[in-house]
Ligand binder design. Sequence first.
Ligand code: CO8
Length: 258
Amino acid sequence: MSEHIIYHIADGIATLTLNRPKVLNAINYDLLKELDELLDQAAADDSLRVLILTGSGKAFAAGADIAQQAGMDQEEAAKWGRYGSGIFRRLECFPIPTLAVVNGYALGGGCEMAMACDLILAGEKAKFGQPETGLGITPGFSGTQRLLRRVGVSKAKELIYTGRMIDAQEALQIGLADHIYPDDQLQTEALAMAKKIAANAPVAVRYAKCAINEGAQADIDTAITIENKWFSKCFATQDQKEGMQAFLEKRKATFLNK
Ligand code: CO8
């Protein structure tokens, strides 16, 4: 039974809602542990096509729990940073697509969690930032590394040095957020996108994620070879046969996830 995260499944879409609204969903050890366990559960569920991560109340997550970190020594901080980074890396490599649905503040560890998802869909009132330098620390859940990969080195440096909070519009403009929707339509639009993804061949979607994630870490020649591996593997699936046959027969494909 989860205490800090609400887990809901419908139509092949799992929604994880961070649920510590009184502290703006601040990320503590128990919440991360629950996230890890729920990822185990979701990974074992063959019926799932998309995973959505969102927050309850007025925040996605306003960062790691400052009260829990305040008394840490260097060794404890290293351990805590590795723990969070490990779970966020797991999220980044999660086999099915992940959508961060940012309904409010995504600060510090909250922004880092959103960046570990494939796409960031923001409500109009969403606010992003890495305010850690104002607390006397650097980002510690891989934010220095993922922010620079999303927005470029100098913009990442500016945001981290100043700790400046940015609104959804600016996040979209610099490539941190991928879409903005009116706040009251955010969850509906996110579900609509998840359903669109879920309607495509599940194996092909998973392989596409593998190709992009693996290729993003490689030089272009290696990356092209990586793509060829995943592309050709699709031709060993029934869904490739079905997808192409359905096109030729002018009917809707029925994918079997194999
Ligand atoms: N941790 C703990 N509690 C928090 C956090 C947080 N990150 N954010 C908000 N809260 C609590 C507040 O203390 C407050 O509690 P209480 O009601 O008991 O006083 C409650 O949530 C509501 O917050 P506010 O009253 O402050 O709400 P406002 O609407 O006035 O302000 C803000 C909203 C601007 C979001 C403000 O709460 C804020 O600045 N929060 C902190 C943001 C921040 O600095 N985040 C970074 C945290 S550090 C981090 O994420 C590092 C990640 C890597 C860790 C690895 C280390 C090794």
